[in-house]
Design a protein around this ligand. Structure first.
Ligand code: ADP
Length: 472
C-alpha cells in the first residue's frame, strides 16, 4: 500500500501544539522581560515624584521654622511615602549618611557614592542595588537642603523581594499553565483531527470498494458541511457510474437482441433467394426487398444507438448558434411531405415566423423529426397531426398534437426510457427503434430546455418543448 506522508491528523496536532507553544512563548516573554521592566520603571518614577514632594515640604519647613503647619505637612509627606508606597524613608545630613539605615548594610553609602559620582543629579540618583543579604533594593537618594552648613539627603528604599516573590510564583504558575495548555491543545487537536480524518479515511475505503466495482456502497459524511457535501457528491457520482454500468449492460443486451432479428431475416431471405427464388424474378425481388428493408432497419438502429450514446455521454459537444426555429421546423415538416402524400396523412401547422432560439440546429431538428414522426405513427383515424410554434409567456412553445389513443398516466414517465415500447402490436407508418424519445430527452436535457407530454388515454397526446426566445 502506498504511504502518504503529512497525514491530516498529524498536521493538525502539530499546528495546534505549535500554536499553543507560540502563545505561551509570548506570555513568557511578557512575564520575564516586560513585566520586570514595567515594575522597575513604575517604582523608579514613583520614587522620583515622592522624593520631589518630600523635598518641597522639607524646603517649606526649613524656610518657615515657626510654622507648625509646614512641619506637619513635611512629616505627613514622609508618613505617606511609608504607608502608601512601602518606602523606607531616611533623612540624614552628610556626616550621618554612612551610618543611617544600618540594617541595609551600607547600601545607602554606596548609593551616596554613586550620587556624588554622577555629579549629584537634580532629580536624584535611583537604582537597584544589592545588599549583602543578596536582597535587591531600589534606592533613591537626593540632596533636599542644608542644615547648619551641611547638606541634608533624603533616602528612599524599596525592597524588591515581594516583587521577586510574586514574579517567581507567577513563573511557577505559568509553567503549570503552559503544560495544561499544551495538553488541552493536544486533546482538542486529537478530537478535531479524528472527526476530520476518520470520515475521510472511511470515504477512501468506500471509494476503493467502488473502484473494485462494488456499487452497493454508500459514502457517509460527518458533522462538517464540506465533508457532507463531498459525501453527497461522491454518492451522486456513484449513482452516475452505476447508471453508466447498467446502461452499458442494457445497451449491449438490447443491441445484440435488436440486431439479431434483422440479421436472422437477412440470412433467411438470402438463403431463400439462393435455394428457391433465384430463378423466379418476382419472388426474388420480393425477398431482396425484405433484405433491403431489414438492412435499412439495421442502419437506422445503429444510427439511433450511436446518436443516443453520443448525446448521453456528452461526447458530441453542442454547437450552439442563434437558429431560426420557424424555418427549421418548416424544413422538417417538408421532409415528411412526400410520405404524407403517399399515405394520406395531413400535418396542419401553425408556425409563427421569425422565432429565434440559441441551440444546436442539427439536434433540435432531430427532436422535431422524432416528435412529429411519433405523432404520425400514433395519431388516430383522422390521420391528422397538428404542429404549433408560438410565443407563450416570452418563450417559444413547440407543440405537436395527435388524435391517437394517447398514453396511460402510469406510462407517461416510462415512454422516455430507452427501448420502451407500448406492448401492443401497433402498425406504424414511420419506422421506429424504441429510441426516438430517449434521444429527444437526452438532447433537450443537455440543452436544459423544458419539455414534456400532456396526454390522456384515448384522447391523443400533446408533446411540447419550450425554447428560450433569442431576441438578437
Ligand atoms: P418508438 O416510437 O420507436 O417505439 P419512441 O422512443 O419514439 O420509440 O417512443 C416510445 C414509446 O412511447 C412508443 O413505443 C409509444 O408507446 C409511446 N409514444 C411515443 N409517442 C407517442 C404518441 N404520440 N402517442 C402515443 N404514444 C406514444
Amino acid at each position: 500500500m502506498k504511504y502518504y506522508p503529512r497525514r491530516l491528523k498529524y498536521i493538525i496536532w502539530l499546528y495546534f501544539v505549535l500554536f499553543a507553544l507560540g502563545i505561551m512563548c509570548v506570555v513568557w516573554f511578557l512575564q520575564l522581560v516586560l513585566a520586570n521592566r514595567y515594575f522597575y520603571q513604575t517604582i523608579e518614577s514613583s520614587m522620583i515624584t515622592t522624593g520631589r514632594d518630600i523635598s518641597v515640604y522639607y524646603g517649606n519647613m526649613i524656610g518657615n521654622p515657626n510654622n507648625d503647619k509646614a512641619k506637619e505637612d513635611y512629616e505627613a509627606s514622609i508618613e505617606n511615602a511609608r504607608a502608601q508606597r512601602s518606602f523606607q524613608v531616611f533623612v540624614a545630613n552628610g556626616d550621618d549618611i554612612y551610618t543611617v539605615g544600618n540594617e541595609y548594610n551600607g547600601v545607602i553609602g554606596s548609593a551616596y557614592a554613586y550620587y556624588i559620582g554622577h555629579g549629584g543629579p537634580e532629580d536624584g540618583y535611583c537604582d537597584v542595588l544589592p545588599n549583602e543579604a543578596k536582597e535587591e533594593l531600589y534606592v533613591y537618594i537626593n540632596r533636599i537642603g542644608e542644615e547648619d552648613g551641611s547638606p541634608v539627603y533624603l533616602v528612599l528604599i524599596r525592597s524588591l523581594q515581594s516583587i521577586k516573590d510574586t514574579s517567581n510564583m507567577m513563573q511557577r504558575l505559568l509553567g503549570i499553565i503552559t503544560l495544561v495548555v499544551i495538553v488541552i491543545a493536544l486533546v482538542i487537536s486529537i478530537v478535531i483531527s479524528a472527526s476530520l480524518a476518520n470520515p475521510l479515511s472511511k470515504m477512501t475505503s468506500t471509494a476503493k470498494r467502488l473502484a473494485r466495482g462494488d456499487f452497493n456502497v454508500k459514502f457517509s459524511g460527518s458533522e462538517y458541511a464540506e465533508i457532507r457535501e463531498l459525501a453527497d457528491t461522491l454518492n451522486a457520482m456513484k449513482e452516475e457510474l452505476m447508471q453508466t454500468a447498467i446502461l452499458q449492460r442494457e445497451l449491449l443486451a438490447n443491441v445484440t437482441h435488436d440486431l439479431k432479428t434483422p440479421l436472422t431475416m437477412v440470412k433467411a431471405y438470402a438463403e431463400m433467394i439462393r435455394d428457391f427464388s433465384g430463378e423466379n424474378k418476382e419472388k426474388r425481388n420480393k425477398h431482396a426487398q425484405v433484405i433491403i428493408d431489414e438492412a435499412d432497419r439495421l442502419t437506422m438502429l445503429v444510427n439511433d444507438i450511436l446518436n443516443l450514446s453520443k448525446v448521453q455521454s456528452g461526447m458530441d459537444g453542442l454547437e450552439i448558434e442563434r437558429i431560426n426555429l420557424s424555418k427549421l421546423l418548416s424544413t422538417v415538416i417538408d421532409r415528411f411531405s412526400s410520405f404524407l402524400e403517399s399515405n394520406g396523412y395531413t400535418i396542419n401547422s401553425q408556425i409563427e415566423s421569425g422565432l429565434f432560439a440559441e441551440c444546436d440546429a442539427k439536434k433540435i431538428e432531430q427532436v422535431f423529426y422524432n416528435l412529429i414522426g411519433n405523432a404520425i405513427n400514433y395519431t388516430g383515424e383522422n390521420k391528422t397531426v397538428e404542429v404549433f410554434l408560438t410565443v407563450n409567456d416570452g418563450k417559444i412553445l413547440f407543440e405537436v398534437i395527435d388524435s391517437g389513443k394517447g398514453i396511460a398516466e402510469d406510462k407517461i414517465d416510462t415512454i422516455w426510457v430507452k427501448y420502451y415500447r407500448a406492448s401492443d402490436t401497433h402498425q406504424r407508418p414511420v419506422k421506429g427503434t424504441g429510441l426516438g424519445l430517449s434521444i429527444v430527452k437526452a438532447i433537450l436535457e443537455v440543452h436544459g430546455f423544458r419539455y414534456g407530454v400532456i396526454s390522456r388515454k384515448g384522447e391523443g397526446s400533446n408533446f411540447f418543448v419550450e425554447f428560450p426566445q433569442s431576441k438578437g
